[in-house]
Design a protein around this ligand. Structure first.
Ligand code: NAD
Length: 591
C-alpha cells in the first residue's frame, strides 16, 4: 500500500504527512470525507496495491518481462507472463529494433504512444537514451501529423479535456484527474497547432508530446505533468463536417465567453494545485497568446514557450555567437523578417539583455532592433495601424517596402527569419548582408524545413563560408571549400524542460524575464571550443539532460535572488540539487 502511495505522491509517503497539510497550497481530498464539509463534492478516489493482472495493465508500474522471479511470486504474476526474465536494456534493444523497422513516421509515433500507455518507464528509457532519434517522433514534425489524425488514432485519453460543456464545473473536472501533486500543466486551445492551423480538440497531441519532453529532457516526474486541452470549438470546416471529430462541433467561442472559460480554468488550477504549479500556454493563436500571458503573468506561474522559450533559445544562440562574430550584444544591429510571437518575443528579450548589460533604458536598446512584417519595415508612420505587440518596434525611419530595402537601409549584423515563409533569404539578401559583415549571423528560424528562410547550404555558399548559421529545423552538416560547417538548431527543447525544472525545484511562484535571461546564459555557456570550431552556436543535443540541469540551476538561482522561490532553505549546490531531482526511468524494485 505504502509503495503505491509513494508513487502517487511523488516519493513522499502519505503516511508521513500531516493530514491537514496542503500540497502545492491547495487542500487535498486524499483523506476523503474527513476533510470535507457537507456541501463539498468529492471524487471517491481509493488507493490500493496493484498486483496480478491489474499490475500488468498499470503503465506506471508495469515492467513486462522484466519482473523478477521474486516480484512474480510476491505480486501474483506467476503464469501471467512467459517464464523468461529479461533486463530493461534488452527490452529497450528489442523495442528500438521494432520501431526502426517502421518506415512511416506516424507508425513510429503510434508505437511510442502505445508503449507509453503500457510501460511508462520503458517509454522514457527509450526516449532518454535515443533522444535525437525519437524527439522528431514524439514531437515535431510527427506530432503534427498525429494531431491531424488524432480522431482516428485516439485510443485512450492521455490528458484532460475541458470544454464549454464543463463551464461552471472546471474545478470538479480537475479533480477527476488521477494524479494529485501536479507540478507542470501544458494547455492548448488548439487554435494554432504548429504551422497547421486550427485543429480544435485534436491539438491534445501537443500538450501530451511537450510534457513527455518535460520528463525525458528535464526530468520532471511523469505523474507531476498534466496535459490539458481547452475546447471552445473550432473554425476548421473539415473538422466541423467530420462525423468522427472528437471535439465540440461548433465554431470557436470568442470574446467574453472564451475569456470566462479560460479564467475559470486558471482559477481552478490555482485553487486545486496552489501557487507553484507551472501553466505553460502552448499553440494559442497570436491574439490570445499575448493577452493570456500578460493577464496571468502577475497572478500565476505562467510561461509561453512560443514567445518566451523561443526568445530564450535564440538569445542563447546570439550570445554564444558573439565569440565568433565579435563585439558585445549592444555592438550589433538586428533585423527580423516576421513580427509575430517568435519575432517580437526574441526582439524584446535581446533588448532586455542589452539593457541589463549596458544599463541603458529598454526604450533605447530596442532601437538597435528592427522588424519587417508583411507590409514592410515597421516604422513610426505605421504606428496607429500596428497590433499592440508591434508598436514598441516602430522606430523613426522612412517607409521601406521589403526585406531587401530594409537590409540595405539598416545594414544588420544579425539577420533573423521568423515569418513562417520559406525561401525569403534570397541570394541577393545574403550577399548584401555578407557584403558589409565579415561574419554575418543568419538565423533562419521558420519551420518546417520547407519554410526555412534559406538552407544551410545557401547561407554558407552565398556568404562564401563566412556566415554563422543556425535554423529552426535541422540541416545536415555542409562542406564548403574543404571545411565542414555544422549548422546549429535553435530548438526550443533546449530551454523549456530545464526552465520548467528550475521553477519546480525552487518552488517559484512567478516567472520573471530575468529567469529567461538566466536560462539563455546557462545554455550559451554549454557551447564548447570544439563546438565553436565547427561553427556551432548550440551544444550537441545528446547532452540535453546535463544542459537542462545547468539551466534549471541557473533559473532556480535567479528565482531565489528575486525572492519568488518558496522551497526553503535554498539548497547550497543548486546544480547537484537539480540533478538529484531529475526523474530516472530505471525500473524500481517492488517488495
Ligand atoms: P506568427 O504567426 O505569430 O508570426 C508570423 C509573422 O510573420 C507575422 O508578424 C506576420 O505578419 C509575418 N509575416 C507573414 N508573412 C510574411 C512575409 N511574407 N514577409 C514578412 N513577414 C511576414 O508566427 P510565430 O509563432 O512568430 O512563428 C513564426 C515562425 O517561426 C514559424 O515558422 C515557426 O515555426 C518559427 N519558430 C521557430 C522557433 C525556433 O526555431 N525555435 C520557435 C518558434 C517559432
Amino acid at each position: 500500500m505504502e509503495s503505491t502511495m509513494k508513487e502517487m505522491r511523488g516519493g513522499e509517503s502519505v503516511l508521513d504527512m500531516d493530514p491537514k497539510s496542503t500540497v502545492g497550497g491547495g487542500v487535498e481530498d486524499v483523506y476523503g470525507e474527513d476533510c470535507a464539509t457537507e456541501d463539498q463534492l468529492l471524487t471517491p478516489w481509493t488507493y490500493s496495491v496493484a498486483s496480478g493482472y491489474s499490475l500488468l495493465r498499470d503503465p506506471h508500474h508495469n515492467k513486462g518481462l522484466a519482473f523478477t522471479e521474486t516480484e512474480r511470486d510476491s505480486h501474483y504474476l506467476r503464469g501471467l507472463l512467459p517464464p523468461t526474465v529479461v533486463t530493461q536494456q534488452l527490452q529497450e534493444k528489442k523495442l528500438m529494433a521494432s520501431i526502426r523497422k517502421y518506415q512511416v513516421p506516424l507508425q513510429k509515433y503510434m508505437a511510442m504512444m502505445e508503449l507509453q500507455e503500457r510501460n511508462e518507464r520503458l517509454f522514457y528509457k527509450l526516449l532518454i537514451d535515443n533522444v535525437e532519434e525519437l524527439l522528431p517522433v514524439v514531437y515535431t514534425p510527427t506530432v503534427g501529423e498525429a494531431c491531424q489524425k488524432y480522431g482516428s488514432i485516439f485510443r485512450r485519453p492521455q490528458g484532460l479535456y475541458i470544454s464549454l460543456k464543463e463551464k461552471g464545473k472546471v474545478l470538479d473536472v480537475l479533480k477527476n484527474w488521477p494524479e494529485r501533486s501536479i507540478q507542470v500543466i501544458v494547455v492548448t486551445d488548439g487554435e494554432r497547432i504548429l504551422g497547421l492551423g486550427d485543429l480544435g480538440c485534436q491539438g491534445m497531441g501537443i500538450p501530451v508530446g511537450k510534457l513527455s519532453l518535460y520528463t525525458a529532457l528535464g526530468g520532471v516526474r511523469p505523474s507531476a505533468c498534466l496535459p490539458v486541452t481547452v475546447d471552445v470549438g473550432t473554425n476548421n470546416e473539415a473538422l466541423l463536417k467530420d462525423e468522427f471529430y472528437i471535439g465540440l462541433k461548433q465554431r470557436r467561442a470568442t470574446g467574453q465567453e472564451y475569456a470566462d472559460l479560460l479564467h475559470e480554468f486558471m482559477t481552478a488550477v490555482k485553487q486545486n494545485y496552489g501557487e507553484k504549479v507551472l501553466i505553460q500556454f502552448e499553440d494559442f493563436a497570436n491574439h490570445n497568446a499575448f493577452t493570456l500571458l500578460a493577464k496571468y503573468g502577475t497572478t500565476h506561474l505562467v510561461f509561453n514557450d512560443d514567445i518566451q522559450g523561443t526568445a530564450s533559445v535564440v538569445l542563447a544562440g546570439v550570445v554564444a555567437a558573439l565569440k565568433l562574430i565579435g563585439g558585445t550584444l549592444a555592438d550589433h544591429r538586428f533585423l527580423f523578417l516576421g513580427a509575430g510571437e517568435a519575432g517580437t518575443g526574441i526582439a524584446e528579450l535581446i533588448a532586455l539583455e542589452m539593457s541589463k548589460q549596458t544599463k541603458a533604458p529598454l526604450e533605447e536598446t530596442r532601437k538597435k532592433i528592427w522588424l519587417v512584417d508583411s507590409k514592410g519595415l515597421i516604422v513610426s508612420s505605421r504606428k496607429d495601424s500596428l497590433q499592440h505587440f508591434k508598436k514598441p518596434w516602430a522606430h523613426e525611419h522612412e517607409p521601406v517596402k521589403n526585406l531587401l530595402g530594409a537590409v540595405q537601409a539598416i545594414k544588420p549584423t544579425v539577420l533573423i527569419g521568423s515569418s513562417g515563409v520559406g525561401r525569403t533569404f534570397t541570394k541577393e539578401i545574403i550577399e548584401t548582408v555578407a557584403s558589409f559583415n565579415e561574419k554575418p549571423l543568419i538565423m533562419a528560424l521558420s519551420n518546417p524545413t520547407s519554410q526555412s528562410e534559406c538552407t544551410a547550404e545557401e547561407a554558407y555558399t552565398w556568404s562564401q563560408g563566412r556566415a554563422i548559421f543556425a535554423s529552426g529545423s535541422p540541416f545536415d552538416p555542409f562542406e564548403y571549400n574543404g571545411k565542414l560547417f555544422v549548422p546549429g538548431q535553435a530548438n526550443n527543447a533546449y530551454i523549456f524542460p530545464g526552465f520548467g525544472l528550475g521553477l519546480v525545484i525552487s518552488g517559484a511562484i512567478r516567472v520573471h524575464d530575468d529567469m529567461l535571461l538566466a536560462a539563455s546564459e546557462a545554455l550559451a555557456k554549454q557551447v564548447s571550443e570544439e563546438n565553436y570550431d565547427k561553427g556551432l552556436i548550440y551544444p550537441p543535443f545528446s547532452n540535453i539532460r546535463k544542459i537542462s540541469a545547468n539551466i534549471a540551476a541557473n533559473v532556480a538561482a535567479k528565482a531565489y535572488e528575486l525572492g519568488v522561490a518558496t522551497r526553503l532553505p535554498r539548497p547550497v549546490n543548486l546544480l547537484k540539487y537539480a540533478e538529484s531531482c531529475m526523474y530516472s526511468p530505471v525500473y524500481r524494485s517492488f517488495r
